[in-house]
Design a protein around this ligand. Sequence first.
Ligand code: ADP
Length: 543
Amino acid sequence: MTILGLMQENELMISSLIRYAAEYHGHMEIVTRTVEGPIHRYNYREAEKRSKQLANALIDKFGLKQGDRVGTLAWTTYRHFELFYGVSGLGAVLHTTNPRLFDEQITYIINHAEDRVLFIDLDFVPLVEKLLPELGGVEKFIILTDRAHMPETNLPDVICYEELLAGETDEFEWPIFDEKSASSLCYTSGTTGNPKGVLYSHRSTVIHALAAAQNSAYGLSMYDVIMPIAPMYHANAWGLPYVAAMLGAKLVLPGPKMDGENIQGLIENEGITFSCAVPTVFSMLFQYLEDSGKKVDSLKRTMIGGSAVPKAMKEKFLKTYGVSVLQLWGMTETSPLGVVASSTPEVDNLPADQREEILDKQGRVQYGLEIKVLDEMGEPIPRDGVAFGDLWVRGPWVTASYFRNEGGSVLDKNGWFPTGDVVTIDQYGYMKITDRSKDVIKSGGEWISSIDIENLAVGHPKVLQAGVVGVYHPKWEERPILVIKPAPGQSLTQGEVLTFLEGKIAKWWMPDAVFIVDEMPLTATGKIKKTTLREKYKDCLTG
Ligand code: ADP
């Protein structure tokens, strides 16, 4: 007979994070580069108060109820941070929209989510004005600024955020409800079909934050100064608004500008020790550091994910700037923490080159997430770092299905989620992505990793971005081609690129053609848009 434990079963509430930070780290700063321009500073105590004022306003002025969706089109700022806690804290659902999506995608997801109110940063007012005729379901538009900066706009009955808060008290008891209740909603870019909504819960968010806060995951503590450059609309800035509050660490929010000057200035002035972003952002930072001769001395670690980390980027961070790079693999569907390339005592004891090769991979799982890799027959692949197969994941912060059951049931019968990534896994448990399954290049029946070729190509000092796709070839079925965007002020030839790759990859992996372009097509999350490249170059080998 089972005998139940006699321990308390407190619901895991997102509000508990800000409550804790306000009570025990109340003086700790939250610093923002605002959309209006200047730096804004306050602390967790004030942030909680304003989140409570916001919760009161949402209930009193808009009649918002638990489960109602609140949309945002906003950068990474303290006002967005208040929405993270105020909206989820009262039991409503925060829907962060990626403003870089196409117009039709933005209207689609705001309508699909049924956002009742929409909070908008100044920069996005013209966008919302344009989309207004399509946004019939949105009852209120609130602009995230003060009276002095309110723009002229034809949005109906538009509300100023600071005025909305000003009339409210900060007396508010965070409600306790079922931890499985929805807390926030984030759509994935949906390279095929419509974007799909990942609906996080209070429980999944708090457990994810606990996992991410482990030393072997993001490796943070309250002594860190954390700056998520990964935006709040991209998998909740990788969970950092929650993790930082859980730790009581100083948090710096970079606002709308991802350029090297803003990022370097914040690092230096605020003493940032930890930051995270997709690789493209750090390429821009390097460029600025080289041109300006400025430093990032306080920075100790960067976490890079979303696309594979080029080896050249990792080396440059370490050798030139003394910053270690931690690679993260994850998806919107995994909140996003999947695997992290942190070391283990076993790996530390290996010869240096072997250790390096392992830590260049995407990484290993933390407690709480399970992964399995299956071959084409559905059999587990050997953990030898060579065999590859489809990656499946399972765990309390992984999607069970998409919002409003878009795409039907996604899990297999044992609850595993298919990631769409093709990977190897080695004897130490480190996973390496060879490709997204839809990007895999199959040439003469053999597989070629587009990611490996791209990573080598960006190691060339004159190359800024490199994209490899498979295109039709009459004999080999598919062959890789390489598209290069040179670094600013640089030009290079096809021949230079090919000579650089020679000897570094197998002969039959060598691209059949190299194209040098001025603009690389990027997705809304800053990744190279392979679908566009495939379409553009589909006939290039058949003429
Ligand atoms: P989107 O497609 O909207 O960018 P995600 O951010 O959820 O959505 O993308 C997840 C995908 O990004 C993963 O399935 C994987 O293909 C890719 N990815 C994420 N991190 C890495 C990494 N470190 N290395 C290589 N690919 C990565």
